[in-house]
Design a protein around this ligand. Structure first.
Ligand code: ZN
Length: 120
C-alpha cells in the first residue's frame, strides 16, 4: 500500500511538470506512475507547448518563442509581428505575412520557403 502511494506521488511529480508545459496532466500522471524512471527525464527536457497569446513558433526554425519577441533566440532572425499568412497582394510571392496592427509585412513565402521582400 505504501508502495502504491509512492508510485502515485512519483507520477504526480511528473504530471505537474508536464502540466506546467501545457500537456495533459492525467495522461502524464499515468505515464509517470507506470514508468517514472523514463517519464521524469522526458517531462523535464520536453519543450513547452506553444500557448496562443503567450508563445508562438518561429516561422523559420519552429522554435517556441514568446509571442512578443521580435528576434528568434534560436536562429536569430527577425520575427514577423503577430498576424497571419495571406495571399500576396503584390502578386510577387505566394503568401505574405499580414500583421494585425501594422498591415502587410516584408515576410513572404513561396512553396513553403520563407524569405524577406519589402512591401511596395
Ligand atoms: Zn527561429
Amino acid at each position: 500500500m505504501i508502495l502504491l502511494g509512492l508510485i502515485a506521488v512519483l507520477g504526480l511529480i511528473t504530471a505537474v511538470i508536464a502540466n506546467n508545459k501545457g500537456h495533459n496532466m492525467f495522461l502524464w500522471w499515468l505515464f509517470g506512475s507506470a514508468f517514472f524512471i523514463v517519464a521524469l527525464p522526458i517531462a523535464l527536457i520536453m519543450k513547452p507547448k506553444p500557448r496562443s497569446g503567450v508563445t508562438r513558433s518561429c516561422p523559420f526554425c519552429m522554435e517556441v518563442v514568446p509571442a512578443t519577441a521580435s528576434v528568434c533566440r534560436q536562429c536569430h532572425r527577425d520575427l514577423p509581428p503577430m498576424g497571419t499568412w495571406a495571399e500576396d497582394p503584390y502578386h510577387r510571392h505566394e503568401l505574405r505575412y499580414f500583421d494585425a496592427t501594422n498591415g502587410w509585412t516584408g515576410f513572404v513565402q513561396d512553396h513553403g520557403q520563407q524569405s524577406v521582400d519589402s512591401v511596395g
